[in-house]
Design a protein around this ligand. Structure first.
Ligand code: ADP
Ligand code: ADP
Ligand code: MG
Length: 668
């Protein structure tokens, strides 16, 4: 067979990816004695994966299409660096059969399945024909070739609403819409097709019955080029938002031992249908009783670490061994399940603003120590930039323990210790999620996050006296640092100051918009703060990177404070707080964009105009759709009014803050 050439020993590996997965692959490759080559875009010159690799090759401009998705450039980089093999990671080119073939044609080992296997399984539609033949249970649906509206609509009627319209080439939850009635179908197909075309360059759709109260269960498989194929237990990834996984665990707390064996056997059968080689995942959707095949991912999965932690297997190492042409080191009955593992995906996004991605520079990056069953797979460090060009996932926090409850506790402790500043992250949201009673009880389905959103994103708490004192202490600390030791310090209690007591006012605005006034009195004698009627004696230790100790009314507590201009981020025993310091002298320099202007919240592409100039809009009416970081974001009327102007057209690439439309309020 041709396989002898496909898979062979190599010494230099190019990693055709970025972020945490590139770093993850480099770690295992290096441990196996391989030389590693990173590739990067102009936006990633200083990225972590570039710093980690032995060598790095520039691919091109920031846009993924010009860099990480550019097959020719990646192959050239491999040749230039003397790489003999390519690991594609996940996302990007990892499921691109053309790329796998291009590697082979260039004499490179592709760490993964062959182009033929990818083609067979890569299309959701095509793979379902194969699974039908292999006798793997499928969700009822239509996966035929005809794509005209009448055929699709007839198919949906026959399946029965609600249905799921899916891009056959889809991934990452994109190009997918739940449709509850015939009336919604055409619009859903149009928008799913548009998203699929943009993201995958292919807009073929399939339709599936929408399984009620669905759970996502998947099985890790791996095959070698000697005909061995193993399943490495299952993962449950039911906690999703917009069909995208947020928390994953292994084993599934929903299955008993018999069900576990059934789903694993079905997965082996599915992979065997294409004599699969490499690591892959067979995904199923479950109604709590039966499981139905939905797709195969012919690559390493984001959530692979939970499988590694319960099996003790390094999946990247095994991928590389398979690529060397070796046989898998264990037999099926030698794979043992040990304990429980759970993973949380840390994203640069704002759960309070509809999970809008957050871009900018990471000022503080503190992750829990990887001790006691905690593992951190990160792709970013302090000072790194999060660019709008790529996926917003920054890192994964993964916990292992003998039982599920202990693993959840451990994960939550890890999340509570994590502290990222400069950009907004979903860390507090993840913490709220894993400690939710229903998550603990495994009383969930894939709609859980959407339903519980308000409870999972509680309004930020108003600051207590402790936080207000901490804010003043942090500002004084910064000022003292800037002025040097000679400065007039409120901490001096000795009486050299000729002026006696001095007073200074501070105003802070909290996240709710409420203002808090504080008066500091200092000079001869101990400093005091008055907040309303209350007078508090307070003192603070010198600040360190880890924060400072604050003594308020004799009670000492530790505070972490970060000041960026007029923004203060505090962490105290009461939680996390953001305060804005309203400086009486500096004036407010915040840029005020007129409320009636609809501006791009982030750089993006205009993909649809949803209202016409002159139209009367209700508050919340959709105006246009922007694609930001690969997700569609609909911008809506901030109040009832008339659409006065549209200042962009479909296809425009717009920068952050660019005005896109204008709404004129109607007098109430
Ligand atoms: P999984 O089932 O493994 O979560 P998905 O189908 O969700 O896989 O696809 C993987 C996701 O990772 C996609 O959303 C893709 O856009 C994203 N992605 C691709 N490359 C990277 C990367 N280097 N870092 C973070 N995310 C990435
Ligand atoms: P992607 O390639 O984007 O990962 P999937 O087909 O794996 O697409 O679907 C993504 C998620 O949507 C699944 O994890 C599952 O939770 C949900 N899902 C998919 N198909 C169905 C279905 N037929 N009924 C209910 N939920 C589904
Ligand atoms: Mg999937």
């Amino acid at each position: 067979m041709q396989r002898a050439k496909l898979y062979r020993r190599f010494r230099t590996l190019l990693i055709a990816n970025r972020g945490e997965i590139a770093c993850r692959v480099i770690r295992s490759a290096r441990a196996m004695g391989l030389r590693t080559v990173a590739v990067y875009s102009e936006a990633d010159r200083d990225a972590m994966h570039v710093a980690m690799a032995d060598e790095a090759v520039l691919l091109g401009p920031a846009r993924a299409r010009d860099s990480y998705l550019n097959i020719e450039r990646v192959i050239e980089a491999a040749k230039k660096s003397g790489a003999e093999a390519v690991h594609p990671g996940y996302g990007f080119l990892s499921e691109n059969a053309e790329f796998a073939q291009a590697c082979l044609d260039a004499g490179l080992v592709f760490v993964g399945p062959t182009a033929a296997m990818m083609t067979a399984m890569g299309s959701k539609s095509g793979s379902k024909f194969l699974m039908e033949q292999a006798g793997v249970p499928l969700v009822p649906g239509y996966h035929g070739e005809a794509q005209d509206e009448a055929t699709l609509s007839e198919a949906a009627d026959k399946i029965g609403f609600p249905v799921l319209v899916k891009a056959s080439a889809g991934g990452g939850g994109r190009g997918m819409r739940i449709v509850r009635s015939d009336a919604e179908l055409a619009a859903a197909i149009t928008s799913a097709k548009r998203e699929a075309k943009a993201a995958f360059g292919n807009d073929r759709m399939l339709i599936e019955k929408f399984v009620q109260n669905p759970r996502h269960i998947e099985v890790q498989v791996i095959g070698d080029s000697h005909g061995n194929l193993l399943s490495l237990f299952e993962r449950e990834c039911t906690l999703q938002r917009r069909h995208q996984k947020v928390i994953e665990e292994a084993p599934s707390p929903t299955l008993d031992a018999t069900q576990r064996e059934t789903v694993c056997a079905a997965a082996r059968k599915a992979a065997a249908a294409v004599d699969y080689v490499g690591a892959g995942t067979i995904e199923f959707v479950s109604d709590g009783k039966d499981v139905f095949f939905i797709e195969m991912n012919t690559r390493l999965q984001v959530e692979h670490p939970v499988t590694e932690l319960i099996t003790g297997i390094d999946l990247v190492e095994w991928q590389l061994r398979v690529a060397f042409g070796e046989a898998l080191p264990l037999k099926q009955d030698e794979i043992k399940l040990n304990g429980h593992a759970i993973e949380a995906r840390v994203y640069a996004e704002n759960p309070h603003k509809n999970f809008m991605p957050s871009v900018g520079q990471i000022r503080t990056w503190r992750m829990p120590e990887a001790l006691d069953g905690l593992r951190i797979d990160a792709g970013y460090r302090e000072g790194d930039a999060v660019s709008p060009h790529y996926d917003a996932m920054l890192a994964k926090v993964i916990a292992w323990a003998p039982t599920r409850n202990e693993a959840i506790d451990r994960l939550n402790r890890g999340l509570e210790q994590a502290d990222v500043r400069g950009i907004v992250t979903n860390i507090p949201f993840l913490s709220a999620l894993v400690t939710h009673r229903d998550v603990r009880a495994n009383a969930i389905d894939t709609g859980f996050i959407e339903r519980e959103l308000t409870n999972l994103t509680p309004a930020p708490a108003a600051p207590h006296d402790l936080e207000l004192c901490a804010a003043v202490a942090a500002i004084l600390g910064e000022e003292a640092k800037a002025a040097g030791a000679e400065a007039l310090s409120p901490w001096r209690t000795a009486g050299w100051m000729p002026v006696g007591r001095r007073q200074r006012g501070f105003t802070f605005r909290d996240r709710q918009g409420a203002e808090h006034q504080i008066t500091l009195t200092y000079g001869n004698g101990p400093a005091t703060l008055s907040i309303g009627e209350r007078e508090l004696a307070f003192a603070s230790s010198a600040g360190t990177a880890g924060g400072f100790d604050l003594r308020v009314h004799g009670m000492k507590s530790h505070v972490v404070a970060v000041i960026e201009g007029h923004e203060l981020y505090l962490r105290t025993r009461n939680g996390r707080f953001d305060l804005h310091w309203v400086d009486p002298f500096g004036g407010e320099t915040e840029e005020q964009v007129g409320e009636d202007k609809i501006v791009a919240p982030l750089p993006g592409t205009v993909v649809a105009l949803l209202a016409e100039v002159g139209a009367t809009l209700e508050k919340g009416a959709p105006i246009l759709t922007l694609e930001v970081m690969k997700m569609e974001q609909t911008l809506r009327a901030p109040f009832a009014g008339v659409l006065k102007a549209i200042k962009c057209k479909v296809g425009d690439i717009v920068g952050e803050g660019v005005e896109l439309a204008e709404v004129e309020p109607v007098a109430a």
